[in-house]
Every structure is written in C-alpha cells, then in structure tokens.
Design a protein around this ligand. Structure first.
Ligand code: ZN
Length: 240
C-alpha cells in the first residue's frame, strides 16, 4: 500500500481494476442518465478536485473520470476500481466547498489506489474456491463460473469494511494535503457528517463503519503528518 505500507492479498492486477471499473461504470451511468449533471459549477468543481488529488497521488496509471449525479437525498460518493468516480449532489451541502469535497474525493481516490475493491473480491473468490473444494466437485464448472461472475459484479459496489475505511481516510488525508488542501478540514467534515446523521441511521457514505468518534480520533492522530505534507505543498506552491 502507498502511504500506509500495509501488504495486501489481491488476485487481480491494475489492468483488471481498470477494465472492471470501466465496464461497471458505463452501466451505472446509463441507469442514472436522467440525473447526470453534464455541465455547470458542481461538475466543474468535482473534476478540478479529482485532477488536483490524482496528480499528487500514487496513481498506477488509472483513467480518472468523475461525474455528478443529481440526487439531493443521496449523501454519498464512490470510486470504482481503476478511477471511475461518482458524486451525488446530496453530499455537496455537507462538503461546504472545495476543501470539504477534497476530503470526500481524497477518501474515494484512496479506495481505488489502495485497490480495496479487487482485494475484497480476491478474498471472496478465495473463499468460494475453498468452499467448492471442500464441498467435493459434483457441481458443474460452468455453474461455478457463473456464480463467481455474479459475485464479482456485486462486489464492485459493496460497502467496504472498517479497516478499508480507516485506510482510505489515512491515505486520502495525505493526498488532500499534498494537493494543497488543509487536512484539518477532514475533522470538520466528519463532524458535519455526524451531525447530518442526526442520531438516527447514518447516511450511506458513513454507514459502513468506523463510528464517527473513532474515525475523527484516527484522523486527529494523523494530522501532524498530514499538516507537514500540507505545509510542504503550500511552500512548493502547489496550493492555488
Ligand atoms: Zn470509504
């Protein structure tokens, strides 16, 4: 892993991430066609932030693309394997501008670069193969392959686990700082997310784990490192 130095189990290579993300992205965009924001300040800002963060990231040669989907109820954003991003308009009021958006997009870009999607799929595939072997082989190969293909498709958009979320927070924090965005905004952003969840069920972007307090505490512990990156970036004139 870049930034965290953790090692990962992954049966796919980055070309697979690219191909898989691309294919799934086309399908999702088609489903959301009527809500796609094609021009205007929202989509311009999202693309500007993606460009700035991708430029300072450990980009393995992904094809970055970002779209905005108009859905005020959807407090969410995601990045598929290979760099295909969607931001729902429901998260924009919580971002409160470019730096807050950099928190969200830093986190999403980090998921893609850390290859959390295909790593999760690899674990599922390994489990599936293990089960197949254990269950003896009276099941036909074709049926097995069809199941696996269906699983792969589902997993691309499944929520990440707690460890992946915390790792994306960490890597994203460093990337936003390198891009010249003040990383202290990450703490403020997650506090606003917590407030938006209003004690009821958390919005989807949050629903997959670290509790708000754990998440904010982990980010605060990383702030000295992120601020050093931010100051170096600011000195180098990365900040615009
Ligand atoms: Zn996440």
């Amino acid at each position: 892993m870049p930034v965290t130095g953790r090692s990962q189990f992954n049966l796919f290579d980055t070309a697979d991430d690219l191909a898989l993300g691309k294919e799934t992205y086309v399908g999702v965009l088609k489903e959301s066609e009527g809500q796609l924001v094609r021009t205007g300040p929202e989509v311009e800002l999202v693309r500007k932030v993606v460009d700035r963060i991708a430029a300072v990231s450990d980009d393995p040669g992904f094809e970055w693309e970002a779209n905005v989907i108009r859905d005020p109820e959807m407090v969410n954003a995601w990045c598929m394997p290979g760099g295909k991003i969607a931001v729902y308009t429901g998260i924009l009021p919580i971002c409160q501008g470019e730096t807050g958006l950099a928190v969200v997009l830093g986190h999403e870009i980090a998921h893609a670069i850390a290859r959390h999607g295909t790593s999760r799929m690899s674990q599922a595939v390994a489990t599936q193969i293990g089960l197949e072997v254990a269950a003896a082989s009276d099941k036909r190969l074709a049926q097995y392959q069809a199941e696996l293909a269906a699983a792969v498709e589902l997993l691309v958009l499944m929520p990440f686990g707690r460890d992946d979320e915390l790792e994306a927070d960490h890597i994203g924090l460093i990337y936003m700082a390198r891009a010249g965005y003040d990383p202290r905004e990450a703490v403020a952003f997650w506090r606003r997310m917590a407030a938006a969840s209003g004690g009821g069920g958390p919005p989807e972007f949050l629903s997959t784990h670290p509790s708000n307090e754990n998440r904010i505490a982990a980010i605060e512990a990383l702030l000295p490192q992120a601020l050093a990156e931010y100051e170096a970036a600011t000195r180098a004139g990365t900040r615009k």
